[in-house]
Design a protein around this ligand. Sequence first.
Ligand code: SAM
Ligand code: SF4
Length: 315
Amino acid sequence: MIDQYGRTIDYMRLSVTDLCNLRCIYCMPSEGVTKRNHQDILSVEEIEEIVQTAASLGIHKIRLTGGEPLVRRGIEEIVARVANVSGIDEVALTTNGILLPEKIDFLKQAGVTRINISLDTLNENLYREITRGGELADALRGIEAVLAAGMLPLKINAVLIGGVNDEQIVQLVELTKNEEVHLRFIELMPMGQCVDWNQERFISADTVLKKIPALHFIGRQGVANVYRQEGYKGTVGLINPVSNHFCESCNRIRVTADGKMKPCLHSHDEIVLKGLHGKALFDTMKQAIYEKPCSHHLDSDTGSDSARDMYSIGG
Ligand code: SAM
Ligand code: SF4
């Protein structure tokens, strides 16, 4: 549907859990998060009804996220039901990749069309440091599983952290050399765990262009400026949520695992959907989409107005 500022809203990011098998330094507290009571998170049936309602309001694309969506019990059934909703023609998944080797066949067969894997470094020790204990080899096995399943192009997302992984840029871009991998560098957003981090951690995605002048611009795709290195099969996207807001073309809404709609990632506003059904759910979602805020004013020193960490919104 069209919101009050004339934007077409057709994309919903749906978090299915706050829990995760990693503890990335910018996303999760080191001690992890307390598991919510079963009744406090959306059930499979509630997720299905929200997606059906969203589809009737013009949402065509769903991205399942979290926390780590693949640790949610019953993720298989959630995927199958969401993919079956009439009007939904794309079901994507954002994951750290660790559980992909065991889940990929089902996900593909159930109707997941696109997978994004988050990977901030190709250095084992740095991976352990950023994820607080994760094994790089496990994430790489996840990437191999997607490539072997032929689910191409595969998107790999890397959050840029100044002084932490900016020395990894050249190595990460090499992932695009021989495979149809769309690597996307995303600016670190000051929210949750990293809201008070030193300014030098927040670097512009354009840093990538300074490191690799051979990248040439090939066009804009969604929220990314996309580049390619001559002779490379894949591409490199730069996403600048901090240095260059894209609010005027924002087409998305978010629903959290506990059933709140967030029409804007960086707004304090949350609309309770859990407990609503039928017409009440439809009317509430319709109004929330229509009233999606015009813009946010995130920058590296003001921080986000959202009270939540990324793991509890669904990045
Ligand atoms: N666990 C899954 C994963 O890591 O892909 C899905 C959820 S995670 C919250 C989604 C994405 O949000 C990841 O790519 C992560 O790097 C990104 N993210 C988390 N906190 C962020 C922050 N403060 N700024 C920018 N991206 C962030
Ligand atoms: Fe988990 Fe993803 Fe957050 Fe890392 S970024 S802690 S993998 S939810």
